[in-house]
Ligand binder design. Structure first.
Ligand code: ADP
Ligand code: ZN
Ligand code: ZN
Length: 682
């Protein structure tokens, strides 16, 4: 084969091999970049994407291996999509091929050209029924008239030349603005991408889009789909047949040839950051992608991330405010219960402070619902032997195993180890081992005993494990079959519960003093969001309440919550962050290492730090263990890098990484290492 061309192909090379993920192959014909191919690598065939023609003078075609196959039935991925991958790979320090292939639907990599061609033909035939256009016209004429704030926001969005922060409390009409912005885009024949934190928790958002635009094809993209569904949805977006894509973080990589609008709902939500592999932020990539395309990105939140808020303050983002709730409903009155005033001996013993219990009882009598938030699932966080001091630690993790009473197990929430609860203390044989502390299971049990006749339900990761259980439980709440709902933060997300007039945070204080610098930010967002669950029905809003049980009633975070004053809270937090040199006033990266022993992990990080050229502007901190150092018998260590300049940090990382790939070979016993750019927790 002396004729032909050289093609540079992105392939999923083993992670962190020295190969950057682009390999040269010979091809008889030239192929457009973005074409899906199969290439030989070692003794195997791998999927690959034609990336670009190599600029360098490499080997002549005759000395390269030829492509194994061309999947020509699939229209090539657009330049825009490849640029997004190039950017994300460089920014998050991963291989281009690794990232490109990882974000494609797994089934796309398996099908050969003939089978894919058949699938595509079927999708092209799939008709959008003509009568649905009439349905859509009807849906559009029935949509609500925008209020003044919404109308002004929509005009400003239309004229915006920068990312837009839509700042408004729950129920202020943000979703309606997304729908209108999407409508304009669809009318121009473009596609809209809507990113949400967790799709299963917000079925209502999906339903509202589907109801409003029955004449357009909408697909969802999230990890709950079967591989076949995911492929089908992805292809519909890629072919331009789907006009609306609603998805979780991975949907930021959807191929959308006519993309005209990106919406990121609840933009502050930590689940937009991927926590393994390429640890990308879907929110940040959405902003990049929209900017690159010159289309609008809408970031919506009641409690924006401090990064986004700071950019809005600097004028880099346009802040549009929806200050009033639709229907004139007020935000619930916040009541702080000063737990230090309860009689000392009963502070720990009481299920709930008496006034709170009284308020819940009143709700039950009126047929209204209460939500109780406790961020700890299981019955009790630890079992304890009072004779010898034994505690139910996990043998494989530096963490306690949680007591689950329903199935009488001890479960490690880190490695999953599950065992029957021992009948006696494993160390001394004492029969009197008791749970310490309280989780959602225990709170539910206590309330059931205290509120005879009341229907007390629980919503957390344990109660919703089975298929359909979550929808069923949410359905029961909507149907009014539940009086008191106990649950974890899952409760606070997006649900539109109409009968809830009381929300209570049972024990939120722990986050005030966490070592994680973002813990207060998350707590404030959670409490604001939880408060938004109460009084969604404007007729009940006036008597809706948010209760907080606290031992620190004078903490500024609670003062800001009481005033529903996000701005004041953000200003105080930003001042602290500025003083401490933390984001958004500094850029951070973490180098993480995992090994069987802490020494091996530490030694790798230590040698890695020695490779950092003494360069102005990047501070390298000593290796430290993360809060839970050992998980499943693997010891973890991490090293923080900090710079006032994102660009300086990026340049340093790019120069540093190749050396780390080589360094790994010298550290036997190192299991994994990875760089986390813009980490959420340090
Ligand atoms: P958010 O997304 O900020 O929580 P929504 O857009 O869901 O707010 O609005 C809250 C409720 O008010 C929804 O039931 C919605 O249908 C309704 N709504 C929104 N905008 C209007 C409007 N302009 N007129 C009447 N009802 C509206
Ligand atoms: Zn004991
Ligand atoms: Zn464990």
């Amino acid at each position: 084969m002396t004729e032909g061309v050289v093609l540079s192909v992105a392939v999923e090379t083993p992670r962190y091999s020295a190969v950057g993920g682009l390999l040269d192959y010979a091809s008889e014909q030239t192929l457009p970049p973005g074409t899906l191919v199969r290439v030989p690598l070692g003794r195997r065939d791998m999927p690959g994407l034609v990336w670009q023609r190599p600029a360098h003078a490499g080997l002549p075609p005759a000395e390269l291996r030829p492509l194994a196959a061309v999947v020509s039935s699939l229209p090539p991925l657009a330049d825009e999509w490849r640029e997004l991958i190039d950017f994300a790979a460089a920014y998050y320090q991963r291989g281009v091929g690794e990232l490109a292939l990882a974000v494609l639907p797994p089934d796309l990599r398996k099908l050969d050209d003939t089978r894919l061609a058949r699938r595509l033909a079927r999708l092209q035939r799939d008709p959008v029924a003509a009568d649905r256009a009439a349905d859509e016209a009807a849906a559009l004429s029935a949509r609500p008239e925008l209020n003044e704030e919404q109308a002004a926001a929509l005009v400003a969005i239309g004229a915006a030349d920068k990312p837009v922060l839509l700042h408004g409390v729950t129920g202020s009409g943000k979703t309606e603005v997304y729908l209108r912005a999407a409508e304009e885009v669809l009318q121009r024949g473009r596609q809209a991408l809507v990113l949400v934190p967790e799709i299963n928790l917000t079925p209502q958002l999906e339903a509202r889009f589907a109801e409003r635009f029955p004449g357009h094809v909408m697909v969802s993209l999230h990890s709950g789909l079967t591989p076949a569904q995911r492929l089908r949805h992805w292809l519909l977006a890629h072919l331009g047949r789907a006009d609306l894509v609603l998805g979780t973080r991975l949907a930021v990589f959807a191929s959308m040839p006519r993309l005209g609008l990106v919406v990121v709902d609840e933009e502050h939500d930590p689940s937009f950051k991927q926590q393994e592999g390429a640890r990308y932020s879907a929110r940040d990539l959405a902003v990049w992608r929209a900017h690159r395309l010159g289309v609008t990105v809408l970031l919506g939140s009641a409690t924006p991330s401090l990064e986004t808020w700071q950019r809005a303050l600097e004028g880099r983002y346009l802040r549009l405010a929806l200050d009033r709730r639709i229907g004139g409903g007020v935000m619930p009155a916040v009541k702080l219960v000063d737990m230090t005033r309860l009689p000392r001996e009963t502070q720990q013993e009481r299920v709930l402070a008496p006034p709170l219990l009284g308020a819940i009882t009143e709700r039950i009598e009126r047929g209204e619902q209460s939500l109780l938030l406790l961020n700890r699932r299981g019955y009790a966080p630890v079992l304890h032997c009072s004779a010898c001091g034994w505690k139910s630690g996990c043998p494989h993790c530096s963490a306690w195993r949680v007591f689950h009473k329903a199935d009488r197990t001890l479960r490690c929430h880190h490695c999953g180890l599950t065992e029957r609860v021992p009948r006696a203390c494993p160390d001394c044989g004492n029969l009197d081992i008791a749970p310490l502390g309280r989780g959602t299971e225990k709170l539910q049990e206590q309330l059931t005993a205290l509120l005879p006749g009341a229907r007390v339900a629980r919503l957390d990761a344990d109660s919703t494990r089975g298929a359909g259980e979550l929808q069923q439980q949410l359905g029961a709440v909507h149907a009014g079959e539940v009086d008191v709902l106990v649950g974890t933060q899952m409760l606070a997300k997006g649900h539109d519960f109409r009968r809830v007039t009381l929300v209570a945070a049972v024990n939120p204080d722990t986050a005030l003093f966490s070592s994680d610098f973002r813990a207060p930010e998350r707590l404030f967002a959670l409490l604001m969001q939880a408060a938004g669950r109460a009084g969604r029905d404007a007729t009940q809003a006036a008597r809706s309440e948010m209760w907080v049980q606290t031992w620190h009633p004078r903490h500024p975070l609670y003062a800001a919550l009481k005033a529903h004053d996000y701005g004041a809270y953000a200003a105080a937090q930003l001042a602290e962050r500025r003083a401490a040199g933390l984001p958004p006033f500094a850029s951070l990266a973490l180098l993480r290492a995992e090994a069987r022993t802490a020494d091996v992990a530490r030694a790798f990080l230590h040698d890695a730090s020695a490779l950092v050229a003494p360069r102005e502007g990047v501070t390298v901190y000593p290796p430290v263990p993360p809060p839970v150092a050992k998980v499943a018998d693997v010891e973890r260590m991490q090293m923080l890098l900090e710079s006032p300049s994102r660009v300086v940090l990026q340049r340093m990382l790019a120069a540093w990484l190749p050396g780390l790939h080589e360094l790994r070979a010298q550290h036997k016993g190192l299991l994994r290492w990875a760089v986390d750019v813009d980490p959420l927790a340090i």
